[in-house]
Design a binder for this molecule. Structure first.
Ligand code: AMP
Length: 199
C-alpha cells in the first residue's frame, strides 16, 4: 500500500513537559520531510499545535479538520494549508480516518485515546487497513501497551490483534514502522475478529 497521507492524533493540553512538545514537533518535521501529507484535528494548542508547527517549519503540507463548535472557542491553527470545518466531533473523527493511509498517535488524553481506539477497532474488523503507530515518548504508553497485552492474555482479543499496531520510542522511527507494518486484509480481519472458546 502506498502511503501518501498520515493522520496524527495528539494531545490538546498546554501543560505538558517539554519532552512531549519537542517530540511532537519532531514528528511533524519527520512526516513533512518524508513528503507525506499530515491530517490532524486542526488545533493550535498542545502536541497538536507543536506537531503542525514542526511540519510547517519545513514546508510540510498540513490539513486540519475541526468541528464548527470548536472554531467558536478557539480559532484553529491559522497557518495550515487547509482547515476543513465539519459539523461535529463524530464527523471529524470519520473524516480524519477516511483521509488516512496510516495513523500515528502521539501521547494524549481521552480525545486521543478515543481516536486511537476507534482506529484499532476498525482495523481489527477490517474497516481500516492502514498502519497504526504509537509514539511512546518518555514511555507514556507503557501502561496502555501492558493493558492491551493483558486484554489478549485474558482472551478479550486475539493475539493476532497485537500485530495491528506498532510502537516506537522516537518520532524519527515512525516512517520505518509505517513501511514495515504487517499487511492486513478485510478477510484476515474477519477470520480473527471473534475470539474462539478456550479449550
Ligand atoms: P486530548 O488528547 O484529550 O487532548 O484530545 C486530543 C484529540 O482530540 C486530538 O487528536 C483532536 O482530534 C481532538 N481534540 C480535543 N481537543 C481539541 C481541541 N481543543 N482542538 C482541536 N482538537 C481537539
Amino acid at each position: 500500500m502506498s502511503i501518501k497521507s498520515v493522520t496524527v492524533y495528539a494531545a490538546s493540553s498546554q501543560a505538558l513537559d517539554p519532552v512531549y512538545v519537542q517530540a511532537a514537533g519532531r514528528l511533524g518535521r519527520t512526516l513533512a520531510e518524508a513528503g507525506l501529507e499530515i491530517v490532524y484535528g486542526g488545533g493550535s494548542t498542545g502536541l497538536m499545535g507543536a506537531m503542525a508547527d514542526g511540519a510547517l517549519a519545513v514546508d510540510g503540507r498540513v490539513h486540519g479538520i475541526i468541528p464548527e463548535f470548536l472554531t467558536r472557542v478557539e480559532r484553529g491553527h491559522q497557518h495550515l494549508h487547509t482547515l476543513e470545518v465539519v459539523g461535529d466531533m463524530r464527523e471529524r473523527k470519520a473524516r480524519m480516518l477516511e483521509k488516512a493511509d496510516a495513523v500515528v498517535a502521539l501521547p494524549g488524553g481521552c480525545g486521543t485515546f478515543e481516536e486511537l481506539f476507534e482506529a484499532m477497532t476498525l482495523k481489527r474488523l477490517g474497516q481500516f487497513l492502514g498502519p497504526i503507530v504509537l509514539v511512546n515518548t518518555a514511555d507514556y504508553y507503557d501502561g496502555l501497551i501492558k493493558f492491551l497485552r493483558y486484554s489478549t492474555e485474558q482472551h478479550f482479543m486475539n493475539p493476532a490483534h497485537l500485530d495491528l499496531w506498532q510502537t516506537v520510542d522516537e518520532p524519527e522511527a515512525v516512517i520505518e514502522a509505517i513501511r514495515r507494518a504487517t499487511s492486513w486484509s478485510a478477510r484476515e480481519a474477519l477470520a480473527t475478529a471473534s475470539v474462539k472458546p478456550v479449550r
